[in-house]
Structures are given as C-alpha cells and as structure tokens.
Design a protein around this ligand. Sequence first.
Ligand SMILES: NC(=O)c1ccc[n+]([C@@H]2O[C@H](COP(=O)([O-])OP(=O)(O)OC[C@H]3O[C@@H](n4cnc5c(N)ncnc54)[C@H](O)[C@@H]3O)[C@@H](O)[C@H]2O)c1
Length: 329
Amino acid sequence: MDKSKIKNKKVLITGGLGFVGSNLAIKLVELGADVLIIDNMLPRQGGNMFNIEPVKDKVKINISDIRNPTSMNHLVKGMDYIFHIAGQVNHVDSVKDPLNDLSINVEGTLVLMEALKNNNPSAKVIFTGTRGEYGSSLTLPVSESHAINPIGIYAITNFAAERIVLTYNNLHKIKSLCLRITNTFGPRHQMAHDEYGVFNWFIRKAMDSEVIPIFGDGRILRDYLYIDDLVNSLVQIALSEEAYGDVYNIGSGKPLSFVELAEMIIKIAGKGKVNYTEFTSERKALEPGDYYADITKITNMIPWKPVTGLEEGIRATISYYEKNRKHYW
Ligand SMILES: NC(=O)c1ccc[n+]([C@@H]2O[C@H](COP(=O)([O-])OP(=O)(O)OC[C@H]3O[C@@H](n4cnc5c(N)ncnc54)[C@H](O)[C@@H]3O)[C@@H](O)[C@H]2O)c1
C-alpha cells in the first residue's frame, strides 16, 4: 500500500487532541497530509495540547464541538478524508451521565454525517468504534460476524454511531467504513485516572512504584495493540477504495491475561506490584469477559499486520512518559 497517496490530501480528525487522534495527526503530517483537528477538550478525557507538540505548527486546530452544526457545516468543506475519532469514551462517566454519552456519540455523529451530506458528500469517512460492541464473546477469536450484544451505554452508543455512519454510506453514498478497535496503548493516552485505558493505567502504577490492582483472579483475556500499529492500519484502510461500506476488527489477535500483562509491565519497569481485589459490582456488571480479535478480514483487505511486540511497546510507552510526565500525571 502506497501511503504517499495521502500526501497533500485534506484530512479532518475529530477528537484529534486525544490519544488516537493525535498519534494519527502526527503520522499524517509526516506523510504530507494537510490536517485539521477538531476537539472540544472534553473534561476528564484524553484531549491534551501537548499531544500534538511535534506537529503543532503544521496542523490547524479548531476548538469546537462536533455537535455544533454551524461549525461542522463549515469545517467539513473541501475535506478528502474525515477520521471520526471524537467520542465520549469514559466508562465511568457513561454510567453516571448516559444522556451525555448519547449526545456526543450518537447526536455528534449524526451532526457530522448531516454536515457531510449537505456540504461535502464526496469525502470519505473512517469511524473508530470499539470491540465493546460485541459484548461477551460466544466464540473466540471474535470475527465481525459474531453476535452484537453490547454491555453498557458506551458500547451501545458506539454501535449506534457505527450504524448511522454505514446508513449514510448506503443511503447517501458517503463512502464510509467502520472499525471495531481492541484495547490500544502507548504514548499520548491520558494518565490522570483509571476510568478508561487499563493498559496505560497499569504502566503509570508501575512507574510510580505503586500497586497494580487486579480484579478477580486476573485470568480474563484481552487483545492489546500498540498505538503505532493502530495508526498504520487507519491510514492504510482509509486509502483502500474497496474497504468502504463495511466493518473491520482491529487488534493484535493475540490473547493475554490481565495478570500476565501486569507482570510484564512490572518486569520491564523494574518496579510496581500486583494486588488482587474483588470486582466492584459496577465493574463486574460491565465486564464482558475474554476477548481477542479475529483480524483475518482486515489483513485480507490491506497489507497490514501488527508489528510492535508488547515488550517493545511497553518500553516505548514508559520512555515517552518518563520524558513527558509533567504533561500527563
Ligand atoms: N483507546 C482505545 O483503546 C480505543 C479502543 C477502541 C475504540 N476507541 C475509540 O477511539 C476513539 C478515541 O479514543 P481515545 O482513546 O483517543 O480517547 P481520548 O479521550 O484520548 O480522545 C477523545 C477525544 O475526543 C474529544 N471529544 C470528545 N467529545 C467531543 C465533542 N463533542 N466534540 C469534539 N471533540 C470531542 C476529547 O476532547 C478527546 O480529545 C473513541 O471513539 C473510542 O471509542 C479507542
């Protein structure tokens, strides 16, 4: 796949000051794209101006809310690609304030797609949904044809947003594709709290020589992906004409238990320790159990596969936060 095809393309990233969006913005600038970021710096989420420090003079930033039709009608004009990454992602907040989750993830997506329909229907849309849309796995690994049974409002609103995006693809011919992304970790994730992003939180705890809390026996399996691998898949799938109109899993495809993960982080950091604790009733109710992705569909579509080993990713993440701790702690 020739990634240089993105050169000089006009790319809008919603949520571009957050973890996924900022890492993508840095990559796109490196590839020569003309990047506009929209972000409202939603409190208690990952928006952080320092995230785009390496490209701050090379991207345009518009601090606005994706739910504002006046802004969105104007900002989508002339764009070639829209990476729709903005979202309410805080699991705790989605339980406390489900209407806000609905408003950002569903209404926000509708405002964006309406803005495109009315002002720029030839733009292509890449939507970053979550593996949470599947809920509890009935079979493993989980392929795209697995039943959808989301647990919790965050996963439900992500699935609704995915269906909205695909409906605009089918009904209004706005070329769109949707991703169900696994747990991703790496530099530029928020490190302020444990309300989402468990992998990065474990890294913070180890770096601070603190206890890593493991709920239950820690044997639940997850699929963890390093951010650079995710970003590479996003760029490649966006450039793949045949990929539009469909849904793809993105993950490493490799299962790892929480306790194995914690032990690996502690070994690499050289500090921290594990402590087993009971699930809170809220966490238990939202826990879907084992998950790892079947990534056959995306690897058949684009010449991509995850290349960053977990140990290498953990080292790179620790190194980033050692240098930039004051912007995240
Ligand atoms: N990080 C992961 O492991 C992961 C896994 C699966 C899916 N995803 C999806 O990727 C997307 C981004 O996740 P992330 O980890 O980068 O989160 P993040 O919190 O780091 O970034 C989200 C960004 O969206 C912005 N935002 C929120 N509401 C907005 C609004 N109304 N208008 C404009 N901007 C708004 C926030 O300010 C923040 O900068 C989410 O949709 C999430 O569901 C992430």
